[in-house]
Design a protein around this ligand. Structure first.
Ligand SMILES: *[C@@H]1O[C@H](CO)[C@@H](O)[C@H](O)[C@H]1NC(C)=O
Ligand SMILES: *[C@@H]1O[C@H](CO)[C@@H](O)[C@H](O)[C@H]1NC(C)=O
Ligand SMILES: *[C@@H]1O[C@H](CO)[C@@H](O)[C@H](O)[C@H]1NC(C)=O
Ligand SMILES: *[C@@H]1O[C@H](CO)[C@@H](O)[C@H](O)[C@H]1NC(C)=O
Ligand SMILES: *[C@@H]1O[C@H](CO)[C@@H](O)[C@H](O)[C@H]1NC(C)=O
Ligand SMILES: *[C@@H]1O[C@H](CO)[C@@H](O)[C@H](O)[C@H]1NC(C)=O
Ligand SMILES: *[C@@H]1O[C@H](CO)[C@@H](O)[C@H](O)[C@H]1NC(C)=O
Length: 558
């Protein structure tokens, strides 16, 4: 009895210590989310979608660097639910990552409170449900992190700040789509594209605007591709866009007529209402597809009192660019602004990634093939399967070997034809500086995302990668980001330091493939098991699978 209460006291004290560490004096923002099914008709036919507080897409989270975000999620769906925070690094805190390998899902009818900080981050992000193909039904929304007042941003304060979530869309429910994937079939072409939950009608005079612009003022527009299959191009009738930020980094401010927004990516642009006052269309359409799907949304010029100015939009929509060479050139035009402040007062470019020696090179190759007669996707021959027990919890509670093996794949695979289904975990040495090469031998575009970090995409080139290609790397001002596209028959190289202890998902953003196993987890353990490197498991953590009912491990100490 005494031993037990001592242990409880010990846990209490240590979680108080963690509490103090995590939260410091940063302000708290509280959110309560009621997650339910709802029926709406974004494509003209009624369908079941996932709503948050009756909203589709979900509410925007507006935060500032280091804020404590407290999101109490009530799962009123009839299946387990998990939210992940795309691009938020969860430093020392993979406990809040919200992936099936890090957290137990919230059971139906239950609630769970996420508590995390966008620590030393600024920029445009989004959240999404990470299990059960639910992302195809909604449950996503924008998440913005503003710079703290004392830290200068490399552009004048915009008049307002708008979020545009674009993504391809199916009219079938996520459960119907899931059934198809479970049977080993792919989904085929999407039914359409949505912009903030709508397709828009061109030529419809009665269309309500998504946003209003005061004449002469400059606005920030954040565009994220929350879709599941296709790259999208985004453009605005009669207006150019000044790119200022992507995936959380201030960039050199080039001006573009249109932007390719690949799966999982976010871009922030400045748009000035300096054209003839009237309504204008924002347009988004599919890229690199045999079909052409698009959506529109209206921006409306208004006067100082908010009254509409001018007439309806012109029905002549700006065209999308053609071909992927255009897109590769656009990628190559992106540059990190080395002198702009980061989320902290130091310049972004003060971290000289180009001068660090690479200690490990990992090649990531697509594998596809049947497992038990059904199509699966994998990385380097292994198709990841999520078990009952999240990997992070199994590792933390010391039962990892009952759940997964480390290093199921090799860094430099030769055979990528055979495919086996099992948990796919690679361990990485804490603070190693590594290079990851994504090789795309396919005729279609790929897109990859890494949780827990931002990385430097130092090159994308056509053909095959070899070590000599390193001489072409951008070792100076590649934009630090978390998602990267890889063009057909091309490769991309990224570099990063594994300085964030935790269990982190590397995944394709092609959601059919993600669901069918094209992902892995990096286990990054600090050898010191210290609170300096990783927070303790939060005391409200949901426990499931093998670790349910197990005594809490000895907490980390300072
Ligand atoms: C959530 O929404 C459902 C359906 O609208 C409603 O029945 C339920 O009471 C709501 N729960 C909370 C906690 O607001
Ligand atoms: C977002 O938060 C910032 C900082 O608190 C505030 O200045 C701004 O008005 C907010 N924007 C919206 C759209 O709520
Ligand atoms: C569930 O919600 C209640 C009421 O808001 C809250 O007190 C409780 O901490 C929540 N549970 C979890 C596990 O977050
Ligand atoms: C980079 O940021 C600095 C500092 O805020 C700013 O003065 C400069 O104009 C920016 N450079 C470009 C090319 O955008
Ligand atoms: C990187 O490697 C080179 C060649 O092996 C060596 O001379 C240099 O000292 C190393 N630099 C660092 C920062 O470790
Ligand atoms: C991976 O983790 C295992 C188990 O902790 C350890 O024995 C091994 O040395 C690690 N390998 C690397 C490359 O870190
Ligand atoms: C572990 O702690 C020791 C002693 O404090 C320190 O010298 C070492 O750098 C730490 N290792 C890591 C990987 O942080």
């Amino acid at each position: 009895m005494a031993g037990r209460s001592q242990a409880v006291l010990c846990i209490l004290l240590s979680s108080l210590a963690a509490f103090a560490l995590v939260q410091a004096e940063d302000p708290y923002l509280f959110f309560t989310w009621n997650v339910t099914y709802g029926t709406i008709s974004p494509m003209g036919v009624p369908q079941q979608v996932i709503m948050i507080n009756n909203q589709f897409p979900g509410p925007n989270i507006n935060s500032t660097s280091n804020n404590n975000l407290i999101v109490n999620v009530f799962n009123n769906l009839d299946e387990p639910l998990l939210f992940s925070w795309n691009g938020i690094q969860q430093r020392k805190n993979s406990w809040m990552e919200g992936m099936p390998g890090t957290n137990c899902p919230i059971p139906p009818g239950k609630n769970y409170t996420y508590h995390f900080q966008p620590k030393d981050q600024i920029g445009s992000y989004f959240y999404f449900p990470s299990t059960g193909f639910q992302k195809a039904a909604g449950g996503f929304g924008g998440l913005r992190t503003n710079s703290r007042l004392l830290i200068p941003v490399p552009y004048a304060d915009p008049e307002d700040d708008y979020t545009v979530l674009i993504g391809d869309w199916y009219t079938k429910s996520h459960t119907a789509l899931r059934k198809k994937l479970d049977a080993g079939k792919l989904l085929g072409r999407p039914d359409g594209v949505l912009m903030n939950g709508k397709t828009g009608k061109t030529g419809g005079k009665d269309d309500e605007p998504l946003f209003t612009l005061k004449q002469g003022k400059t606005y920030k527009i954040r565009i994220c591709n929350v879709g599941i299959k296709t790259s999208l191009n985004f453009r605005i009738q009669g207006h150019s866009m000044k790119l200022v930020e992507m995936d959380g980094s201030h960039v050199v401010q080039n001006v573009y007529d249109s932007l390719d927004v690949h799966l999982g990516q976010c871009y922030a642009v400045l748009v000035t209402a300096d054209q003839t006052p009237r309504d204008y269309y924002m347009v988004t359409s599919t890229r690199f597809t045999k079909y052409m799907l698009s959506a529109t949304g209206i921006i409306r010029y208004v006067d100082a009192s908010g009254a509409k100015l001018g007439g309806p939009p012109s029905s002549a929509l700006p065209e999308a660019p053609v071909g992927w060479a255009w897109s590769l050139n656009q990628f190559r035009s992106y540059r990190w602004n080395l002198t702009a402040s980061a989320a902290r007062p130091n310049p972004q470019g003060s971290y000289h990634y180009g001068q660090i020696n690479i200690t490990r090179t990992i090649k990531i190759l697509n594998t596809a093939g049947p497992v038990d007669g059904k199509l699966r996707y994998g990385i380097n021959g292994v198709s990841h399967v999520d078990g009952e027990t999240p990997l992070k919890l199994a590792e933390y509670f010391g039962v990892g070997e009952k759940v997964f093996k480390y290093n199921t794949i090799v860094d430099d695979p030769t055979d990528t034809k055979t495919i086996v289904a099992q948990p796919n975990v690679l361990n990485a040495t804490f603070r190693d500086f590594i290079e990851i090469i994504f090789e795309n031998t396919e005729k279609s575009i790929q897109s990859w995302h890494l949780d827990g970090y931002s990385f430097f995409p130092v090159a994308i080139e056509t053909g095959k990668w070899s070590p000599e290609k390193r001489k072409n790397y951008n070792l100076l001002d590649a934009v630090s980001r978390h998602s990267i596209e890889v063009y057909p028959k091309s490769w991309a190289a990224i570099m990063l330091t594994f300085d964030n202890a935790g269990m982190w998902n590397l995944r394709t953003n092609l959601w059919e493939r993600y669901y069918l196993g094209q992902q892995l987890y990096f286990s990054v353990l600090s050898p010191n098991y210290s609170l300096r490197d990783e927070y303790n498991i939060p005391d409200n953590a949901e426990l499931c699978g093998l670790v349910k009912g197990m005594p809490m491990p000895k907490p980390y100490t300072p």
